[in-house]
Design a protein around this ligand. Structure first.
Ligand code: F6R
Length: 365
């Protein structure tokens, strides 16, 4: 039931504060992650993990890309991320102390399941699933499971599944990091920041009107670029995927530092450039990337917090986001991009909940 909402996608975007909270519930105190909440075997299985191999498709793959930044930064454990459809068809090396982590909303994605089964033959320490559907094949075939509590996701374009995956991945990262020397203080700082996320997402949802207005500048465009740096690069990828899926506008994401290595040639007034720029240690570098775009007549749409100090000017539209911790920023910054693509699609009159050619669950190759 869509309730008061015009589309399932919009309803699901608005459910995020609640389902992010539900995904944390019973798994964290005010200051730390309860390891046993990740499964009675978790302590044991995470003990000697020396490498994490993440496998997923589509939006779930983007969640894995964000997690890689967290796992290497906080746990200091090397992490690789690959789309399942590639992984399953190449020869790979899996060390026995590897944690094999599959991320899937449905738990039925054929490529992801095939990758897991193949990796099992090669041997690894344990298989962890981050999944939204209890009793799914992925859940049944994994040693450890962290369920996301997003509830059924009806819209084909994934929204609340993604932000709850990120929440679960951050909890997992902290549990792994504790075994690898993360201090109690740092853990407490991040858990406290995570507790603030549902409220911050609510604040972003309140920007809906501003974002809807911005969306009008996209409806007659054929292409868009999305830029981010660090853990916001996968957020940009997810933003580009959402726009492609539901508005049929071609969109590409780039890590902003790659601009001058090619895509800058595309920039002109017909190529809107969307940027996610929280106030992290890359903000200064990002600003010079933005200058490169502006100097070529590109129109910029920036989501940033006040401290990033990016001023609106001709051709620079800025929507100010709440101040967020650098680690939790990818969760919060995803939301305005979901709203942007939603509004562009509504303006274009496409079928938001059932985009052409796509199925909710990809159970065939
Ligand atoms: C995008 C989308 C898809 C899925 C992908 C994986 O909005 O929904 O890209 O993320 O098909 O699906 P799951 O997570 O069910 O394995």
């Amino acid at each position: 039931d869509k309730g008061e909402y015009r589309h399932y996608m919009l309803k699901e975007i608005h459910e995020q504060p609640r389902v992010i909270k539900a995904t944390m519930e019973g798994r964290v105190t005010a200051t730390k992650v309860l390891e046993q909440a990740l499964g009675t075997e978790a302590g044991n299985l995470l003990q000697d993990v020396r490498h994490v191999q993440i496998i997923a498709c589509g939006t779930s793959y983007h969640a894995g890309m964000v997690a890689r930044y967290w796992i290497e930064d906080l746990a200091g454990v090397p992490c690789s991320v690959e789309v399942a459809s590639e992984f399953r068809y190449r020869n790979h090396v899996i060390q026995k102390d590897t944690l094999f982590l599959c991320i899937s909303q449905s738990g039925e994605t054929a490529d992801t399941l095939a990758a897991l089964r193949q990796a099992k033959k090669a041997g690894f320490r344990a298989a962890l699933a981050i999944c939204n559907v209890p009793g799914s094949t992925l859940v049944r075939e994994s040693d450890l499971v962290i369920m996301t509590q997003a509830g059924p996701e009806i819209g084909v374009a994934s929204t609340k599944a993604f932000t709850t995956q990120l929440t679960a991945l951050l909890l997992f990262t902290l549990a792994l990091a504790r075994k690898n020397g993360l201090s109690e203080e740092r853990e407490a700082e991040i858990v406290k920041a995570l507790h603030l996320v549902p409220g911050q997402v609510n604040d972003v949802l309140a920007l809906d009107g501003e974002i809807a207005e911005m969306s009008m500048r996209f409806m007659d465009k054929n292409h868009a670029l999305f830029l981010g740096r660090g853990s916001q690069y996968p957020v940009a990828m997810e933003g580009a995927l959402k726009l492609k899926e539901i508005s049929y506008i071609h969109a590409e994401a780039y890590p902003a530092g790659e601009l001058k290595h090619g895509p800058l040639a595309l920039v002109d007034s017909e190529m809107p450039v969307v940027t996610v720029a929280p106030n992290n240690h890359m903000a200064e570098k990002l600003k010079s990337n933005l200058e490169e775009v502006r100097a070529r007549g590109g129109e910029l749409f920036v989501f940033a917090d006040r401290a990033a100090n990016i001023k609106p000017e001709d051709n620079i539209h800025v929507i100010q986001l709440p101040e967020v911790h650098e680690i939790t920023a990818p969760i919060v910054y995803t939301v305005p991009l979901q709203l942007l693509s939603y509004h562009v699609a509504v303006l274009k009159g496409t079928d938001v909940d059932q985009p052409r050619n796509l199925a909710k669950s990809v159970t065939v190759e």
